[in-house]
Design a protein around this ligand. Structure first.
Ligand code: ADP
Ligand code: MG
Length: 242
């Protein structure tokens, strides 16, 4: 479902005339199969978010190829990426990224508004997903009237409303207390099990990492198997959960 081949990335830093290149990713190979949950760990600054941004077209890698759902998207234009993301990728953010002036319902239906769907159809789909995520009772609440866990769910509802086959999460539990963290992890596993959604989750939390069918660590710009420290591809850390 996601194929990263020999991804290298360096950022350019420093003032004009004195630029230096800082390599962050030095050859990442990662294949994520349909229906898998892969968790990616690594210390702060190791390049986890950079890799996720490359896999979602927000950063163009210095070199390497990105394929998603069998499509080589490496050379897509910004417009093509925007279109592709709407169709294939859902995102879960640490800071939820809800629009404060819109209710939970309005935030959720937003992608359908942008698609020009009629109000009746939007209401049906948004209500369905809010119910599925257990937050239908809060449909009329504004983000400021919701707990962190509830805001997180609204963000996920909005991400899922176009039925993307892939969900990308960057530190999804970063702003949640332990009870909400537990609930979010269960929700992600349910989405994976019942809807076959493929998940790539970035985290520095071992408990979050443990829901992965596989866990990979970024170290010195390369992927390692945390169990034995071998570079690049990995072995299965855990038996796939039923
Ligand atoms: P992580 O998510 O693992 O904490 P990041 O991918 O955010 O790490 O960052 C990896 C490294 O790249 C860090 O050293 C960071 O300072 C640097 N970096 C990230 N984004 C930029 C940018 N836009 N410009 C320059 N350097 C950046
Ligand atoms: Mg990060």
């Amino acid at each position: 479902m996601i194929e990263l081949r020999q991804i290298e990335h360096a950022f350019t830093l420093g003032r004009k005339g004195q630029e230096r290149r800082v390599p962050v990713l030095r050859g990442i190979d990662l294949t994520i199969r349909k229906g898998e949950i892969v968790t990616l760990i690594g210390r702060s600054g190791s390049g986890k978010s950079t890799l996720l941004h490359i896999a979602s077209g927000f950063i163009r890698p210095t070199s390497g190829r990105v394929s998603i759902a069998g499509l080589d998207v490496t050379d897509y234009s910004e417009g093509q990426w925007a279109d592709f993301r709407r169709r294939y990728l859902g995102f879960v953010f640490q800071n939820f990224q809800l629009i404060p002036s819109m209710t939970a319902f309005e935030n959720t239906e937003l992608p359908l508004v942008l698609q020009g769907l009629p109000a009746g159809e939007r209401r049906k789909q948004a209500t369905e997903i809010l119910e599925k995520l257990g937050i239908a009772a809060y449909a009329d609440h504004y983000p400021s009237e919701l707990s962190g866990g509830q805001q997180q769910r609204v963000g996920i509802a909005r991400s899922l409303i176009l039925n993307p086959p892939v969900l990308l999460a960057d530190e999804p539990t970063g702003s949640l207390d332990s009870e909400n963290e537990e609930q979010l992890l269960q929700l992600l596993q349910t989405l994976n099990r019942d809807h076959g959604i493929t998940l790539l989750i970035i985290t520095h939390d071992d408990k979050v990492a443990s829901i992965g069918n596989r866990t990979m660590r970024i170290e010195d710009g390369r992927l390692a198997d945390p169990a034995n420290g071998s570079p690049n591809e990995y072995r299965k850390l855990e038996v796939v959960k039923p």
